[in-house]
Design a binder for this molecule. Structure first.
Ligand code: GCO
Length: 262
C-alpha cells in the first residue's frame, strides 16, 4: 500500500472549504498528506472548514486568496511554501457555474466562468509548477466535469471552460512530464453537493433524469472521489499523464435508457 502513501507530502487544494474540494482534500489527508486548503469567500468559512478537517483527524491549514488574481496567487504560494513546505500535490478544484441559456447570458457572466474555471488553474499551476520543475517531481490534478465531454442546456460557459480544462490538462502533461510531473484530471459525474442542490431536490425533473441517466442509479457521494484523488496524487500514478479519470457512476459509458427500463 506504499504506492498510495502520501506521508510527508504537502497538498494544496483550491476551493476546499466545502463540497468536492473538501472531500478530495480529506482523502489526501487520510492518506498522510499535509493539506493546505484555499478559499476566497471568508476567513470564517475557512476556519469552520478547518474545524471539520480537525474533527476528521486530518491535518490542514487554510489560506484565503483569489485564485483568479495572479499577484495574490504568487504571494500566497510563496507564503505557503515558506510556512508549510514545498507543494508536492496541486488540486485545481475551485470553480463556479452559472446556469443561463447562452442566448440570454451576459458576456461578463461568460467571461467570469471562464476566468475562474479555466484561467485560474493556469494561474495557480504556473506558480506552483516552478518549484516542481526545480525539484523534478510533482502532481497536478485539474477537476474537470461531465461537461468536459458533453453539453447540457444552460451550462454553455461552464462546458466551454471544462472542455478547455481537459485540453489544458493534456498540454500541461505534454510540457511538464519531462520534469517528472504528472498532470491529470478528475471528471466527477453528478454528486450531492451544494453546487447541485438546486437541481437535486426530490421530484425535480433533473433529479429524476440524472438517477435514470446514471447506470449506478444514484447521485455520487463526495467521499467517492477520495480514491481517485489519492491515486492521481501518489506513486501509483507515476506513469499516468494527461488522462481524465471520470468518476461518474457510468454516465459516459452509456447512451442512456428509457425511463421505464430498469
Ligand atoms: C449541472 C451540474 C454539473 C455538475 C458536474 C457534472 O448543472 O449540470 O452542476 O455541472 O456539477 O460538473 O460533471
Amino acid at each position: 500500500m506504499d504506492l498510495f502513501d502520501l506521508k510527508g507530502k504537502v497538498a494544496l487544494v483550491t476551493g476546499a472549504t466545502h463540497g468536492l474540494g473538501m472531500a478530495m482534500a480529506m482523502g489526501l489527508g487520510k492518506a498522510g498528506a499535509t493539506v493546505v486548503i484555499n478559499g476566497n469567500s471568508s476567513q470564517e468559512k475557512i476556519d469552520n472548514a478547518l474545524k471539520e478537517y480537525e474533527a476528521a483527524g486530518v491535518k490542514a491549514v487554510g489560506y484565503k486568496f483569489d485564485v483568479t488574481d495572479e499577484s495574490q496567487v504568487k504571494d500566497s504560494i510563496a507564503k505557503i511554501e515558506s510556512e508549510v513546505g514545498n507543494i508536492d500535490i496541486l488540486v485545481n478544484n475551485a470553480g463556479i457555474i452559472k446556469r443561463v441559456p447562452l442566448e440570454e447570458m451576459e458576456v461578463a457572466e461568460f467571461e467570469q466562468v471562464i476566468k475562474v474555471d479555466l484561467v485560474s488553474p493556469f494561474i495557480v499551476s504556473k506558480h506552483v509548477v516552478k518549484g516542481m520543475i526545480a525539484r523534478k517531481a510533482g502532481k497536478i490534478i485539474n477537476i474537470c466535469s461531465m461537461m468536459s465531454e458533453l453539453g447540457r442546456n444552460t451550462v454553455g460557459a461552464y462546458a466551454a471552460a471544462k472542455g478547455g480544462l481537459k485540453m489544458l490538462t493534456q498540454n500541461m502533461a505534454t510540457e511538464w512530464a519531462k520534469h517528472n510531473i504528472q498532470t491529470n484530471g478528475i471528471g466527477p459525474g453528478y454528486f450531492a453537493t451544494s453546487q447541485t442542490a438546486p437541481i437535486r431536490v426530490d421530484g425535480h425533473p433533473f433529479n429524476d433524469f440524472i438517477v435514470n441517466r446514471t447506470p449506478a442509479g444514484k447521485w455520487g457521494d463526495p467521499s467517492e472521489l477520495e480514491g481517485a484523488a489519492i491515486f492521481l496524487s501518489s506513486k501509483a500514478s507515476d506513469f499516468v499523464n494527461g488522462q481524465v479519470l471520470y468518476v461518474d457512476g457510468g454516465i459516459l459509458a452509456t447512451i442512456g435508457k428509457p425511463s421505464n427500463e430498469d
